[in-house]
Design a protein around this ligand. Structure first.
Ligand SMILES: Cc1ncc(COP(=O)(O)O)c(C=O)c1O
Length: 388
């Protein structure tokens, strides 16, 4: 009997240890892990540099209050700002906390300039911004909010791709538009560059803020440090988490100077956010994943992988409907429910995870090797053949 609450539908498998792209189960089976904690372990399992950093930092200092200066956090914030649009960073512990803090920053900004009623955040219907109360209502999903009322107000929604309804929904109460540049849980749906550009223009015209949730698609996963960089758009606020900790819980909100000015002492805080141990790990992850050569390798290898997935799609046109995504944030869209496909992949020792719209989500570590990608392609092709 398990004493854990039943809020997860867990697969009946557990792991002894992990190395790089592989997980080893307690019954001594070796799995190619293309889930990686849902885009969390950006450098795979037990990366030697991360192990070294944790060992070293754990002997020095784990935690001090944010009432004191934390040099490790100063260092990571500086690196994040120097590599991105941001001027300031506020550390949290998870993605939902980061998106909530992003919402707080947007509202606080308008409050600070005397526009107290400008507090509605416009989001995509059935998106995903986390599981806290505000985040589930931001996501606009009936399933996620069912039974958790009363409704958290201050959010409105438009349908993905429906530009007319987006424009209509902007009122004088709107503070910000918050979207994922590539919807992860929502089915690896990408907002095209021209749309992001238009979105930025629209926000400028209406004098509202643009929040881009890069919790899943950020931290080099697409071959750019942020997925929106390709569009050359500059957001005002960006929540991050997942990949920046490489498996250690870290969240953060990145923001420009304009909005950061409203976050004065006492306006936000977190006991654990930005602790020295987390920050030491974040610094090591950042040094590796923001390296230009590392990013180019992600672009090259993912292009190879995606073109091979497309070949499999043409070989099995009745099974695979579409290949979605960019870099190592990939979705194989099936015609049918993906459960049987994912189970078969697992039987062949390849771990993947579902997303909306019949998607089999594939999230290799960012330092995956070409032979591991080839192994995965072989298994995917085999399963297509078995389910034909
Ligand atoms: C885009 C996005 N935002 C926010 C979150 C919430 O992150 P967390 O589960 O760390 O709270 C997720 C998690 O999957 C996500 O994909």
């Amino acid at each position: 009997m398990s004493y854990l609450a039943k809020n997860y539908n867990r697969k009946n498998i557990s792991f002894k240890y992990g190395r790089g792209s592989y997980l080893y189960s307690i019954d001594n089976k070796k799995y190619l892990d293309f889930v990686q904690g849902i885009a969390v372990n950006s450098l795979g399992h037990a990366h030697p540099q991360l192990v070294k950093t944790i060992k070293k930092q754990s002997k020095k200092l784990w935690h001090v209050s944010n009432a004191f200066l934390i040099p490790e956090g100063e260092e990571l914030a500086k690196k994040l700002c120097q590599k991105t649009f941001a001027d300031y960073v506020m550390f949290q512990n998870s993605g939902a906390e980061a998106t909530e803090a992003a919402i707080k920053v947007a509202r606080r900004y308008f409050y600070s300039i005397g526009k107290k009623n400008k507090n509605v955040i416009l989001c995509i219907k059935n998106s995903f911004h986390g599981r806290t109360l505000a985040a589930i209502y931001a996501s606009g999903s009936k399933k996620m909010t069912e039974g958790f009322g009363p409704k958290v107000s201050g959010f409105s929604h438009f349908t993905f791709g429906d530009h007319k309804s987006l424009r209509k929904k902007i009122t004088n109460r709107t503070a910000a538009i918050m979207v994922e540049p590539i919807m992860g849980e929502g089915g690896i749906k990408e907002i095209p560059d021209w749309c992001l550009k238009e979105l930025r223009k629209l926000c400028n015209k209406k004098k509202i803020l643009l929040i881009l949730d890069e919790v899943q698609c950020g931290i080099s996963r697409t071959g750019n440090f942020f997925s929106f960089e390709k569009s050359k758009v500059k957001p005002d606020i960006v929540p991050i988490a997942k990949g920046i900790g490489g498996g250690f819980p870290i969240g953060a909100v990145l923001m420009n100077k304009k909005v950061a000015s409203s976050m004065t002492p006492g306006t936000h805080g977190s006991t654990f956010g930005g602790n020295p141990l987390a920050m030491a790990v974040g610094n090591t992850v950042m040094d590796i994943v923001s390296n230009k050569k590392f990013l180019k390798n992600i672009r090259d290898l993912s292009e190879y992988f995606l073109s091979n997935l497309n070949i499999i799609k043409y070989q099995y046109p009745n099974i695979i409907k579409n290949i979605r995504g960019r870099g190592f944030l990939i979705g194989i869209q099936l015609y049918k429910d993906q459960t049987a496909f994912i189970k078969k992949l697992m039987d062949h020792k390849l771990l993947t995870i579902r997303a909306s719209e019949n998607i089999v989500r594939i999230l290799p570590p960012l330092n995956v090797k070409k032979n591991e990608l080839n192994k995965a392609l072989k298994i995917i092709k085999k399963v297509c053949g078995e389910l034909k």
